[in-house]
Structures are given as structure tokens and as C-alpha cells.
Design a protein around this ligand. Structure first.
Ligand code: AMP
Length: 114
């Protein structure tokens, strides 16, 4: 059994509220939403942090952004606006070590972050 929580979601070993999927990425609702819409977009390969990204994996990164755009449209927040966030390591606030794009929207978000 993998210790990568999000890989276990990809493999359907643990449940998730999946909202979008293609051959490269999966998107599902965050279990602890920080906004009315809070969805995580993940690649279907294990990349622990942004620091581990290789040039060969660049296609996954573009697939994540394209999926985020689709999800925002699906959720009805594309026009009102949304934020895409990817945290890296401890100071960045990363808690799950499988890269993921947070798609946050459905309310006005403050800036700068705390
Ligand atoms: P980060 O802190 O940037 O690594 O984000 C990890 C996110 O994963 C947090 O927002 C968590 O609420 C979310 N999360 C953790 N476990 C699950 C799960 N089983 N299903 C959905 N979201 C999760």
C-alpha cells in the first residue's frame, strides 16, 4: 500500500468526490474546504514537491492548469474569479507530498495570504 495519500485516491483505494479526470490528471473536492469551491487537481504520477519536477514532467503541469480551467468553468467560478495555489514544503504550507493545484473560489479571496 502506498504512503502517498493522493496516489491512493487515484487508485480508488480511498474515496474522494471526483469532479474531473483525464489520462494525466484527477480533480476532487478538498476534504477541508477553505472556500465555497475548493478543488485539488493532481497529476496521475508521483511528484512529491515542485522541487522534484523534471522537464520530462512538464506536460503534467500544463495538464493540471488546463484541468483547473475546466473545473472553474464547471463550478461556475470562471467569470467571478478564482485562485490557483501550489504549496511547497513546510514553509509553503504543504501537508500532502504529491503535488496538487488548489482551485479556490466562490467568494472574494484576500491578498496577500497570511
Ligand atoms: P497542502 O497543505 O497544500 O499540502 O494541501 C493538502 C490538502 O489536501 C489540504 O487542503 C487538505 O484538506 C486536503 N486533503 C487531505 N486529505 C484529503 C482527502 N482524503 N481528500 C481530499 N482532500 C484532502
Amino acid at each position: 500500500m502506498s504512503d502517498d495519500l493522493f496516489l491512493r485516491i487515484i487508485q480508488r483505494e480511498i474515496p474522494a468526490d471526483i469532479v474531473y479526470e483525464n489520462d494525466q490528471v484527477l480533480a476532487f473536492r478538498d476534504i477541508e474546504p477553505q472556500a465555497p469551491v475548493h478543488i485539488l487537481v493532481i497529476p496521475k504520477v508521483r511528484i512529491p514537491t515542485v522541487n522534484d519536477l523534471t522537464p520530462e514532467q512538464a506536460g503534467y503541469v500544463s495538464a493540471m492548469f488546463l484541468a483547473a480551467k475546466e473545473v472553474a468553468q464547471q463550478e461556475g467560478i470562471a467569470d467571478s474569479g478564482y485562485r490557483l495555489v501550489m504549496n511547497c514544503n513546510e514553509d509553503g504550507g504543504q501537508s500532502v507530498y504529491h503535488i496538487h493545484l488548489h482551485v479556490l473560489g466562490g467568494r472574494a479571496l484576500t491578498w496577500p495570504p497570511g
